[in-house]
Design a protein around this ligand. Structure first.
Ligand code: NAD
Ligand code: DAU
Length: 354
């Protein structure tokens, strides 16, 4: 059945969800219903250009609201749920884990249960077409030493309240497939970067601080490694999994682009030197400051993405060099977006100072 899909995209006013909604409306004929609670991390500014789009509807609400979710599924004849909604920041999960348990675990449970009740009432052809895609993370696998990669068979070993809550949600998703037959898919992706990322995460935080001439806080020795993927490549991966993934399957997604945090910050500083040659803060590397380490800080993440490459023909298109340059340019050209999203309810103290 090739009819355009009608997707419920949760967390679509956040970073990856926002990029995904834009990507889908530009590159497909799908209809998109965005459900977002607009926490500190979700902003209508991210969807501002879509307010009158004929194939997009925005709903302000909580994935944990059973009545709301059940009604949306029926009213909009949803055939696909993509769950981006989450509390996503590791540092915040250390300071306040309760919201992570509520949204990431209880909220995902609610979505699954509403989806099952709705799906079980559908006619056969629509039941076969229905998909529930859980957007998860490589952090559920824990921390790697100097060698080796995470793949779809790696046992879960989460170390932070954030990753533990995502791991719990993934287990619920798996159980709803094995027990009830709900056609679920799970993606476990590495660190994303690109436009619309809230400036508490490493890359946008460093850009925002460097532009203002503030200290760039590097946790510990700066040697922790992340595997960076440009957000549009992640969005294309999710679409491929939706189009051709096997129900019940898990697909790790990664950029094959490992960098230490120091390498990331140095590259950002050099890009800013080149793009802002008259800034009084050049050379921006002088702003680097080593601060106390994150408790339980995972040392290295790296994804073996060969399953999605082999089975679904996906591969990352953006290199780290080109993607990071696009990202820095986007933030320099969209400083008003940054101001808008940080002006309310932004607990920046710990996030800036380690
Ligand atoms: P984000 O924090 O930028 O956005 C999360 C969005 O979810 C926000 O718009 C927020 O308002 C919304 N939300 C939070 N609680 C909600 C609730 N109860 N009901 C409805 N909406 C709610 O996060 P992100 O970085 O875009 O991550 C999106 C998803 O991808 C998350 O599930 C995250 O675990 C996963 N992920 C992120 C990365 C990454 O590098 N950022 C990598 C892999 C996986
Ligand atoms: O791996 C995927 C995960 O990537 C996602 O599941 C999470 O939602 C997302 O937040 C991200 O988690 P990280 O903890 O890796 O991202 P963060 O940007 O917070 O930090 C990246 C690295 O940079 C990490 O090693 C900690 C370090 N760091 C971070 C901040 C905010 C610093 O050194 N200084 C900082 O100020």
């Amino acid at each position: 059945n090739d009819a355009p899909r009608t997707l419920l995209v949760t967390g679509g006013a956040g970073f990856i969800g926002g990029n995904f909604v834009h990507w889908l409306l530009t590159n497909s004929t799908a209809r998109v219903i965005t459900l977002d609670q607009l926490t500190y991390a979700g902003h209508l500014a991210t969807l501002a250009d879509l307010t009158t789009h004929p194939r997009h509807v925005f709903i302000h609400g909580d994935i944990g609201n059973r009545e709301l979710v059940s009604q949306l599924l029926i009213d909009y004849h949803i055939d696909t749920i993509i769950n981006f909604a989450a509390e996503s920041h590791v540092d915040r999960s250390i300071d306040g884990p309760a919201a992570f348990v509520m949204t990431n675990i209880v909220g995902t449970f609610n979505l699954l249960d509403c989806a099952r009740a709705y799906w079980s009432q559908l006619a056969n052809e629509q039941r076969d077409r229905f998909r529930f895609l859980q957007v998860s993370t490589d952090e559920v696998y824990g921390s790697l030493g100097a060698t080796g990669y995470f793949n779809e068979n790696t046992p879960y070993a989460p170390n932070s309240p954030y990753s533990a809550s995502k791991a719990a949600a993934d287990h619920l998703v798996r159980a709803w497939y094995h027990t009830y037959g709900l056609p679920v898919l799970t993606t476990n992706c590495s660190n994303n970067y690109g436009p619309y990322q809230f400036p508490e995460k490493l890359i946008p935080l460093m850009i925002a601080k460097a532009v203002r001439g503030e200290a760039l806080p590097i946790y510990g020795d700066g040697g922790n490694i992340r595997d960076w993927l440009y957000v549009e490549d992640h969005c294309r991966g999710i679409v491929r999994v939706l189009e051709a993934g096997r129900a019940g399957a898990v697909y790790p997604i990664g950029g094959n682009s490992e960098k230490t945090n120091l390498e990331v910050v140095d590259t950002l500083c050099d890009l800013l030197d080149a793009l802002l040659p008259h800034s009084p803060h050049c050379p921006h590397r002088q702003l680097k400051t080593f601060v106390a380490d994150r408790p339980g800080h995972d040392r290295r993440y790296a994804i073996d993405a060969s399953k999605i490459e082999r089975e679904l023909g996906w591969s990352a298109q953006e290199t780290f060099t080109s993607g990071l340059r696009r990202t820095v340019e986007w933030y320099l050209n969209n400083q008003s977006w940054c101001q808008q999203v940080t002006q309310d309810n932004y607990a920046g103290q710990r996030l800036g100072g380690g």
